[in-house]
Design a protein around this ligand. Structure first.
Ligand code: T3D
Length: 259
């Protein structure tokens, strides 16, 4: 890769780092397609059981690279979203493994959407989220219009999306936009402790839980009751379920393999 770093640790934690720090990890074409590819890699690689997504340098991601599109203001935004951004968000939400956003700095525009598409967000005190689209006359994209009202409610979502104001980490925590805020120097310890915990958890169940919560956003109670039964049948057939129950009976800690 030229625009991102990809690493898999022996404990099953993969890290994808957007690596264009000079433009606050803005998305140009190569970064968009490389991130799509990296998400396919983590899906394919059975040894990967948790993913950390982060940015190099001071920012998480500043969204579309506004320098790369100079002189192309008449290009197709429709194509840009369908080809470059939407596949990323779909791949993140359908990945049956947890994605932990390591929010090291500002997440703006599509970068904010990328953060909100993670399953867990651990933020540095220096981080912030900005639905910045309106500041350049655009509208929220890459899933922001879906994730934002679900996270903060419709009144606050309207405010954030129409004013494009910066939400600092502490306010993001209060609003339910991030899970935890930690001092910058503790960001790695906290993020990777959680990632390691997920990488030794019953991964199959976590993937199913993710699918269930995705579906719960639009389903009825009846549909969810059926879907729970369907997912529980799959979880109940996993080796990790056998191990969990056996370990309980033998009064020992379970060793989950993620299958
Ligand atoms: O295809 C499509 O266009 C459709 C998709 C749209 C999705 C979108 O994401 S639209 C939103 C695009 N993003 C933005 O509007 C954000 C632009 N950036 C900013 O407003 C600010 O940079 C930040 C609020 C993110 C951070 O501000 P600050 O003051 O902390 O940093 P800075 O000095 O502005 O930025 C640092 C450097 O990164 C700077 O470079 P320089 O001048 O030191 O050489 C800046 O130009 C560069 N940078 C930051 N964001 C972008 C960028 N360069 C290109 N594109 C960026 N998005």
């Amino acid at each position: 890769y030229t625009s991102l770093l990809y690493d898999v640790r022996p404990d099953g934690v993969a890290t994808i780092t957007l690596n264009r720090p000079e433009v606050f990890n803005a998305f140009n074409d190569p970064l968009s397609y490389e991130l799509q590819d990296a998400l396919k890699q983590v899906a394919r690689d059975a040894t990967v059981r948790a993913v950390v997504l982060t940015g190099a340098g001071r920012a998480f991601c500043s969204g579309q690279d506004l320098k790369a599109t100079q002189g192309q203001e008449k290009r197709s935004f429709y194509d840009s979203l369908h080809k470059r951004y939407n596949p990323i968000i779909r791949a993140m939400r359908s990945l049956p493994k947890p994605i932990i956003g390591r929010l090291n700095g500002v997440a703006a525009g599509a970068g904010c959407s990328l953060a909100l598409a993670c399953d867990v967000l651990i933020a540095s005190e220096a981080a912030s989220l900005i639905e910045i689209f309106i500041n350049i006359g655009l509208v929220p994209d890459s899933g922001s219009s879906y994730f934002l009202p679900r996270a903060v409610g419709s009144l606050k979502a309207f405010e954030l999306a129409t004013l494009g104001s910066k939400v600092p980490a502490d306010e993001a925590l209060r609003l339910g936009l991030v899970n935890q805020v930690v001092p910058a120097e503790q960001l790695d310890d906290v993020t990777y402790a959680l990632a390691a915990r997920y990488a030794s958890a019953p991964t199959k169940s976590i993937g199913l839980i993710k699918q269930m919560l995705n579906k719960a956003g639009t389903a009825t109670l009846d549909e969810m009751l059926d879907y729970e039964a369907h997912c529980q049948q799959i979880a109940g057939e996993s080796e990790d379920y056998q191990e969990g129950v056996t370990a309980f009976r033998e009064k020992r800690k379970p060793v989950f393999k993620g299958v």
